[in-house]
Design a protein around this ligand. Structure first.
Ligand SMILES: Cc1ncc(C[n+]2csc(CCOP(=O)(O)OP(=O)(O)O)c2C)c(N)n1
Length: 331
């Protein structure tokens, strides 16, 4: 791999993988639409940061991983969790504060971890998971396994020093870690051009870490880029830095409804109508004769039913007993 490789080449993928990636992206989309609705109808305590629009990044990357590979996530983490295999039921239970949730209802949206599937957790601290992912990669090396760690982060984390400390170590020690920068253009309510000096790929290139820049709305391109960077890490050739160009279709969080003061409505509409990763992948599936539009619609209907049933179960599920209020809580 060259120092900076512009654009991964979408690999030819089989129909089974193409359909699985479609289904996974749709599952995330429907899940997130319900989260928004739960917030608006005041059934969900607290806030959540929706991943709608960015689904191809989590799915393209996680489909290139094994179950025992690690990921670390962010405050915008539902898509990463689901793409790595988390249970929709337990995710909704966690968001609604229920006992069956991943943190027994005490963590909420930004603290979901799923160790069985290698998900070391969401993280409310911007850039906070870079050290955890690099540590997991160090641990895999020390234990002599061939596991890989993927660190998802937004471009806002490029301003955090820890990222540069750990990239330095990962490069020196050839650790099996892939840094995945999801550049959705905005750090909260500020365009990243106002917070980020110089060039994004140059940051990793400075450590001799190979960079791949990819269209984050193209799930097959993301998958191809992830497959090559993960293979490189697994072979012991060291870290990579993957920059995925993407966009969040809704607000910074569910309560960020009036956002015209920081980004134009027509910009949002253009991304939604022309760059929706699910619509783009669906069109590709149909054009390649893998499934018809009707068949995809049936997948959508089945998923909608499953996720709806899961919300209903979570709403009816019990809260933890008040006597457990100080259990599993660390300060
Ligand atoms: C260390 C730290 N500083 C500030 C914040 C407040 N904060 C929460 S999200 C966010 C912006 C994050 O932008 P980015 O990393 O690009 O992720 P995105 O929200 O776009 O997915 C900020 C500044 C925080 N959570 N942690």
């Amino acid at each position: 791999m060259s120092a900076v490789e512009a654009g991964a080449h979408p690999a030819e993928i089989g129909g089974e993988l193409a359909l699985r990636m479609y289904e996974q992206m749709r599952r995330i989309r429907v899940f997130e639409e319900h989260v928004d609705e739960l917030y608006r109808s005041r059934k969900m305590p607290g806030l959540a940061h929706l991943y709608i629009g960015e689904e191809a990044v989590a799915v393209g990357v996680c489909e290139a991983l094994r179950q025992d590979d690690y990921i670390t996530s962010t405050h915008r983490g539902h898509g990463h969790c689901l793409a790595k295999g988390a249970s929709v039921d337990r995710m909704f239970c966690e968001l609604l504060g229920k006992e069956e949730g991943y943190c027994r209802g005490k963590g909420g949206s930004m603290h979901i971890a799923d160790h069985v599937n290698g998900n070391l957790g969401a993280n409310a601290i911007v850039g906070g998971s870079a050290g955890i992912a690099t540590g997991a990669a160090f641990s895999a090396r020390a234990r002599g396994t061939d596991q890989v760690a993927v660190c998802f982060f937004g471009e806002g984390a490029l301003g955090q020093g820890v990222l540069y400390e750990v990239m330095n170590m990962a490069a020196l020690w050839k650790l099996p870690v892939v840094y995945v920068c999801e550049n959705n253009l905005y750090n909260e309510y500020t365009h990243f051009a106002e917070t980020t000096a110089g060039s994004v790929p140059a940051r990793a290139a400075a450590f001799g870490i190979p960079v791949v820049e990819v269209d984050g709305q193209d799930v097959r391109a993301v998958h191809a880029a992830a497959t090559s960077t993960v293979a490189r890490a697994r072979k012991g050739e060291g870290p990579s830095f993957l920059v995925a160009a993407t966009y969040r279709f809704s607000g910074h969080h569910v309560g960020d409804v009036d956002r015209a003061y920081y980004r134009r409505k027509d910009e949002e509409e253009q991304w939604q109508s022309e760059r929706d990763p699910i619509a783009l992948h669906a069109a590709w599936i149909v054009a390649h004769g893998i499934a018809s539009a009707d068949e995809l619609e049936r997948v959508d209907e089945q998923l909608a039913g499953e996720v709806e049933a899961s919300v209903e179960r979570a709403l009816a599920a019990p809260f933890p007993s008040p006597s457990e209020v100080d259990e599993d809580v660390y300060a």
